[in-house]
Design a protein around this ligand. Structure first.
Ligand code: FES
Ligand code: FE2
Length: 370
């Protein structure tokens, strides 16, 4: 019998299950204590996608979004430098930025109007300046790490995190190797859609990393536009990412749309970026609770693309994600019944899902050993 811990996690048994192509225990997909543990063990310790660079391209741009359990605000200051902070007022914890903004000079908390410069320093706290021991220099917003990668802004809740590029050297090389270098200036935002699903984030993840299901539930969407046969698909699994290429379907029946030059990257733990002819889109996943997951998707039109085709692609991708969301919602409800302790993967078709499970499990073990 292996040693157990406060979360009743049997490390040796799970090591064996994963080696035998089973999943993590299905309890991990609904237990609130496990969810709280994952927020610390995974999301508080990882680089995550924050927003497209388009939202933060000009001095004075401000964007806010939840990343893991943290509300985050990112600014671009007048000198053009990006800064990231907890979106929490140092006074009594109200939200500093309640919406995205442009041409912003200062962040002003609406509650008692403490204001902050775009570099996070406290600019003014009404009636507090003359008080004994009140030191404005100690009351700047709590910083987080922020970095640009191509058309994306990445954040890490730890202000002392190693840089994104240092953390993912193989990803950087892989992106170069497949020509993933979208120039933000060649893309215009066409749509932003937020999806909130009643499922666990790991079911969302599994789904997004395998195409075993594509001919079935995406027969009129993704599986119609692209040739999803395994022999026509390339998958790269490395470091903390997976990368897919697909070929266009020569005879699309449902929407009449197909495209070449497909490249996608799924970067653990919450980014999916897809690029093919006509369109680029990025998805940020935020786990909101054991059974509540948000994914925000920003769709961009490629310079010169036919607007009707761009609309067609947004429909195809929206349909695809909606189909996935239904499936993962059903899985969550079923697994929550706790009657089935483990799921069984098919390695020839679901190696990417297993690759991500191994990353999740590595983070669990690191946190359990700490
Ligand atoms: S909580 Fe922000 S000014 Fe009071
Ligand atoms: Fe899918």
């Amino acid at each position: 019998m292996s040693a157990r811990n406060a979360l009743d996690i049997d490390v040796a048994e799970i090591d064996q299950r994963l080696a035998d192509n089973y999943s993590l225990p299905t309890r991990f997909y609904w237990d609130p204590e496990i969810f709280a543990f994952e927020q610390e063990a995974i999301f508080a310790k990882s680089w995550q996608f924050f927003a497209p660079i388009h939202k933060l391209s000009e001095p004075g741009d401000v964007a806010m979004r939840q990343v893991g359990k943290y509300p985050i605000v990112v600014t671009r200051d007048r000198a053009g430098k990006l800064h990231g902070f907890l979106n929490i007022c140092r006074h009594r914890g109200y939200t500093v930025a309640e919406r995205d903004q442009s041409k912003c000079l200062r962040l002003v908390c609406r509650y008692h109007t403490w204001s902050y410069n775009l570099d996070g320093s406290l600019a003014n706290a009404p009636d507090a300046d003359g008080e004994a021991g009140f030191d404005k220099n100690k009351l700047g917003l709590v910083p987080v790490s922020v970095e640009e990668w191509g058309p994306m802004v990445m954040v890490h809740p730890d202000s002392n995190a190693h840089s994104f590029r240092e953390t993912y050297p193989v990803l950087m090389q892989a992106a170069d190797a497949v020509g993933f270098a979208p120039d933000p200036a060649r893309y215009t935002q066409a749509r932003e859609i937020e999806y909130e699903i009643d499922t666990n984030w790991k079911l969302w993840y599994d789904n997004g990393t395998e195409c075993y299901h594509c001919p079935n539930i995406h027969g009129s969407s993704f599986g119609d536009a692209f040739n999803v046969a395994p022999e026509d698909t390339t998958i790269r699994l490395d470091e903390q990412f997976s990368s897919y290429t697909f070929k266009g379907n020569a005879n699309p029946k449902a929407n009449g749309l197909t495209a070449e030059n497909y490249i996608s990257f799924q970067v653990f733990p919450g980014l999916v970026v897809v690029m093919h002819d006509d369109i680029l889109h990025m998805t940020a996943m935020t786990p909101l609770g054991p059974g509540k997951t948000r994914h925000s998707t920003w769709y961009f039109a490629e310079e010169g693309a036919d607007p009707a085709r761009v609309e067609g692609w947004i429909k195809i991708w929206h349909d695809t994600y909606s189909e996935d969301n239904v499936a993962t919602g059903i899985q969550y409800e079923n697994l929550r019944s706790a009657g089935q302790p483990y799921n069984r993967y098919v390695p020839s078709r679901e190696a990417a899902a297993q690759h991500f499970n191994a990353m999740i499990w590595d983070d669990y073990k690191t946190a359990l050993a700490a």
